[in-house]
Structure formats: C-alpha cells, structure tokens
Design a protein around this ligand. Structure first.
Ligand code: DGL
Length: 283
C-alpha cells in the first residue's frame, strides 16, 4: 500500500461540533486514521465575517498540509458555506464540505425544509442555494442561532435554559409547517434529545454528518486513497485549552482523549466583527 493511503483524513471544526462527523467516520470508515483539529481559541465561528472564516480555514488547511493529510472534511457548516469554494482551488488534496451532502439528503425527504444553523451560515444562503439547485420547488427557511454553540461548548446541554432557547429557535420553523429539518451546524446534533422532544415525530431530521462521510468514502475509492489496512489512533489537536476539550468530548467519544495544543499563525480572539442577529428567519 502506498503511503498516501495510510495518511490521515483531516477533520476540523471550531470545537466539539465536528465530533458528530468523527462519530460517523468511526461508524462508516473505521479503517481510516483521523487528525481532528478544533479551533477552540477562536470559537464561535458562527458570528464571524467571511474574511475571518476564510483566513482561519486557510491557516488550518496549511497546517494540515504539513501533517500530510490525504483529504480534509470540513466538519463545520460555517466554513463549508463561507470558504469551501475558494480554498478548494488552493490546496492539492480533496476537501469536502457538509452543505451539499446535507442538501441532497434533505430534498429526498421533503419539500418544506427548515435549516437551523449559525447566523453566518444562514446569512450566506448556502443551504437554500444548494437545495433549490436540486429542487427549485422546495421551500427553504433558515434560522440563524447565536446561542447554541456557546451553550454546548459550556456543557450546558441539560440546562433548562438550553431547552427554552431551542423552543424559541424552532418555533418559527414549526409555524411554517416544515416536513424536514437540517442540522445546519455540526454542534446542534449534540442537542438531538432536546430537538426530538420539541419537534413532532413526523418531521424528518437530516444530519449532514452521515452523508458527508458517505461522500468521502466514494471520493477516497475513486481517487485510490481508500485505506483498508490498519488504523492509527485519532490525533486530537486544539488551538485553545486541551484539558477543556478533552473533558467535554469524553461524553461523545466514550473515552477521555489525549489532546495536543497547536498554535496556528496569527491566532487571535480579539478585534473580530460580529454579525448582528436576533432570531431572524430568512425566507
Ligand atoms: N460547528 C460549526 C458549524 O457547523 C461552527 C459553529 C460555531 O463555531 O459557531 O457551523
């Protein structure tokens, strides 16, 4: 087997959201080695500008190039919506995003599609464009939520306030009688038990994580990059506190991972612009 097939798949997110994609990788492609990066020093991504996201994504991909990844999965909707098209042309490994696989899966399920995402993803209109390119008759409503990611990263999943917030964000979508809901932010899948309590069981829930991994498998096979030999343990790296990430991720991984600290060029948490948002539904 050539070296490149043994190389890891790079997976990144701002934080623990990408673990929902990692979980799918473990399920569907258990033989692949994974390098997981969480940009926790700069989260949340969802209120940042396109220029900032593009800069962060370029830094992450440049670092991943030095780690010899054979493919990258953007386990982050915000990066997929704002940066994927640009960076795809700049790096010489395949880069997959979550939006298109999510949109494809949703149009197979329904015609009245709700998307719950970060404010930046909602504003980008990426899901509406991807969905209506496949089915121009589909109705799409996008809600941008600024509160979920900090609540999840602070491990407030079972705080009654989180449920209150979920009701507030989901109610405009329920009022439009959606038949399908896309988890348009990888973090939100961690809230599935809460969503399922609020939403009627008739609504199809789409998690793009599962579909991006299906797409990755196809691409790996097509490009002769598929690994069917031994796997190395997942390597976890973060730009913020390794201890915090390790503690938080344990509940989804089932073990306490060892996490390394990585400093990317010009990591900064100050001076970024915020997208103003208060429960805005984009028709
Ligand atoms: N989990 C990411 C996404 O899917 C980023 C969330 C954030 O940092 O705001 O958009």
């Amino acid at each position: 087997m050539s070296n490149v097939q043994n190389s890891p798949i790079g997976v990144f997110d701002s934080g623990v959201g990408g673990l929902t994609v990692l979980r799918e990788l473990y399920r569907q492609l258990p033989q692949e080695s994974i390098l997981y990066f969480a940009d926790t020093a700069r989260l949340p991504y969802g209120n940042r500008s396109e220029a900032e996201i593009l800069q962060f994504v370029r830094e992450i991909l440049t670092w991943m190039t030095h780690q010899n990844v054979k493919m990258v999965i953007m386990a982050c909707n915000t990066s997929s919506a704002l940066a994927l098209e640009t960076v795809r042309r700049e790096f010489n490994f395949p880069i997959l995003g979550v939006i298109l696989p999510g949109a494809r899966a949703a149009v197979k399920q329904g015609q009245r599609i709700g998307v719950i995402s970060t404010p930046a993803t909602a504003k980008s209109n990426a899901y509406r464009q991807a969905i209506q390119e496949i089915n121009p008759n589909a109705h799409v409503w996008q809600v941008g939520c600024s509160e979920f990611v900090p609540l999840i990263e602070q491990n407030r999943l079972y705080d009654p306030y989180t449920k209150q917030v979920a009701r507030r964000y989901l109610s405009p979508l329920l009022a439009r009688q959606i038949d399908t809901l896309i988890y348009g932010c990888t973090h939100y899948r961690h809230l599935a038990p809460i969503f399922q309590e609020i939403l009627p069981s008739t609504i199809n829930l789409i998690d793009p994580a599962s579909f991006v991994v299906q797409a990755a498998e196809k691409e790996l096979k097509l490009m002769g990059l598929y690994n069917n030999k031994t796997t190395k343990p997942t390597c976890f790296c973060v730009s913020g506190s390794p201890q915090t990430f390790s503690r938080l991720s344990q509940q989804w991984l089932g073990y306490c991972p060892s996490v390394e600290s990585v400093s990317l060029q010009s990591v900064s948490t100050i001076g970024y612009s915020r997208i103003g948002e208060e429960l805005e539904i984009l028709e």
